[in-house]
Design a protein around this ligand. Structure first.
Ligand code: MG
Length: 208
């Protein structure tokens, strides 16, 4: 079993809004809920950091201080006893690697920044955006069933393509997309649903 878990909103708070309030840059605080076009959203975020002369190191000073939600590390530890844990997120490796270490050092699949000579953000490589479904089909191709946990519309494709979608405090539109999927309101409930998925996959004789 592979557990594909979302990061922001599930295991830890959102990083960009934290940057937005720290640097008092409203354009950094915008999320996909405000602006549906992720490329446009990222262009505005990059432009905002450049307008203030912020380098990646400045941003990392704040991003690296973000702490996981209480219980998130234990939650992943329990899942790890049932299968493989991968964190699949629209975040950026440069922001989130320390956070993932605090969560127990599981595999992170995320995007990367492009920097200019001064160390300021210049662009981005979206390795994950639009690719979540392909990651799931890769695991399927290798014979692994996949259970996924996500909270927002950017998790839609992974939740649709996996074998056991579990919604975490979902936005209403996501809930409507998955009328039959279990909904977890906290990580304890999520663990119950994901353990049930493991039991079912064991019954089906799938790889663990
Ligand atoms: Mg999320």
């Amino acid at each position: 079993m592979v557990y594909a878990i979302d990061l922001e909103g599930v295991l830890a708070p959102e990083i960009w809004p934290a940057l937005g309030s720290h640097f008092v840059l409203p354009d950094l605080a915008l999320t996909t809920r405000d602006l549906g076009d992720f490329d446009e959203l990222m262009r505005r975020r990059v432009a905002a950091t450049r307008s203030r002369g912020l380098t990646l190191a400045h941003l990392q000073g704040v991003a690296h201080a973000v702490e996981p939600f209480l219980g998130a590390r234990d939650f992943l530890g329990r899942l790890r006893s049932l299968g493989q844990v991968v964190i699949i997120s629209d975040t950026f490796h440069e922001f989130s690697e320390p956070l993932v270490q605090k969560l127990g050092g599981h595999s992170l699949f995320a995007n990367r920044f492009e920097l200019d000579a001064k160390g300021m953000l210049e662009g981005f490589k979206l390795r994950i955006r639009g690719q979540k479904e392909r990651i799931v089909s890769g695991f399927h191709g290798a014979g692994f069933p996949v259970a996924a946990l996500g909270d927002s519309l950017n998790d839609l494709s992974i939740l649709k393509s996996c074998d056991w979608p579990v919604l975490y405090r979902p936005v209403e539109l996501l809930r409507q997309e998955f009328p039959k999927a279990p909904v977890a309101h906290n990580l304890d409930e999520a663990l119950v649903h994901l353990t049930a998925a493991w039991r079912e996959s064991e019954k089906n004789g799938s790889k663990a």
